[in-house]
Write a protein that binds this ligand. Structure first.
Ligand code: MGP
Length: 247
């Protein structure tokens, strides 16, 4: 084991978040621009008070637990029965990957995250939810990891991606143009992910341009899109590309 792994294991074992990760317990410590999200912390992670770790960006990027749970249920029900592996390409602090592991549907869940601090949070948070052992973790660029380490898994896998949308500013567009999403456009995501696996789920802004999604349906197949709501308001959509069957 190299020194870096030992260091990160020490951080992981400790309950003190490493630099760049926080567990806020007092509103006065929370930067003003994320206070809105801090008020919702127990909707974001129902076990927040057990010591959930967040990065600054995670507060507005993480999938809230009720949404992550519903998405995980949909993916579990609708994916072809032959698929036994779930790959989460942008695991962040673990909102989705924890829900996928908790669904019990997958023989193995693979989580990829480029940002080391977010990955440390995700591992720690998965431990709080008791699913750490069901998840294989990869630090790095998901496109490289899918091409190399995970290349053989494609035929057995459903690939899920909740990419960055370019920050909370996405809300200023009435219709969100997926060809201009930053840092990855719709096609930057779909092309490599569909090369690996036939079944791909994208978690995208609620205002995403439906025509752009429909244009990516192959042949006569339809792309199902669901809104995921909390308290009656849509938080985001998922677009299901591939052989998903919804009853
Ligand atoms: P929001 O628009 O910031 O909050 O995020 P809300 O509560 O709908 O704001 P309101 O004031 O309009 O009511 C809504 C959801 O979008 C969040 O819960 C996240 O799941 C998701 N989300 C937001 N951003 C900026 C991102 C992102 O960059 N990437 C991903 N994958 N999800 C995001």
């Amino acid at each position: 084991m190299d020194q870096n792994s030992q260091d990160s294991d020490k951080e992981f074992e400790s309950n003190t978040p490493p630099e760049g990760c926080q567990h806020y317990v007092d509103l006065s410590d929370v930067p003003w621009d994320i206070q809105k999200y801090y008020y919702q912390r127990c909707s974001i992670f129902s076990q927040y008070d057990e010591g959930i770790w967040m990065t600054e960006d995670a507060w507005f990027e993480v999938t809230p637990e009720p949404v992550a749970k519903k998405v995980a249920e949909h993916v579990a029900e609708a994916a072809p029965k032959s698929k036994a592996i779930l790959i989460d390409c942008f695991a962040g602090v673990g909102g989705n990957v924890i829900a996928f592991a908790r669904s019990g549907r997958w023989r193995r869940v693979y989580a990829i995250e480029k940002e080391p601090r977010a990955l440390a949070c995700a591992k720690h948070n998965a431990e709080i939810y008791g699913v750490q052992d069901q998840i294989s973790w990869y630090e790095g660029d998901c496109f490289q990891i899918l091409l190399n380490e995970l290349a053989d898994l494609g035929e057995h896998s459903v690939v899920f991606a909740s990419p960055p949308w370019g920050g909370p500013g996405y809300r200023s567009d009435t219709v969100f143009d997926l060809t201009r999403m930053q840092p990855y456009t719709l096609l930057d995501l779909l092309n490599p992910l569909q090369k690996l696996a036939n079944d791909v789920v994208l978690y995208l802004p609620r205002t995403s341009d439906m025509r752009q999604l429909a244009a990516q349906s192959k042949g006569s197949s339809k792309t199902m899109v669901f809104h995921y709501c909390m308290e009656g308001a849509s938080k985001a959509i998922c677009a299901y590309f591939g052989a998903f069957t919804f009853r």
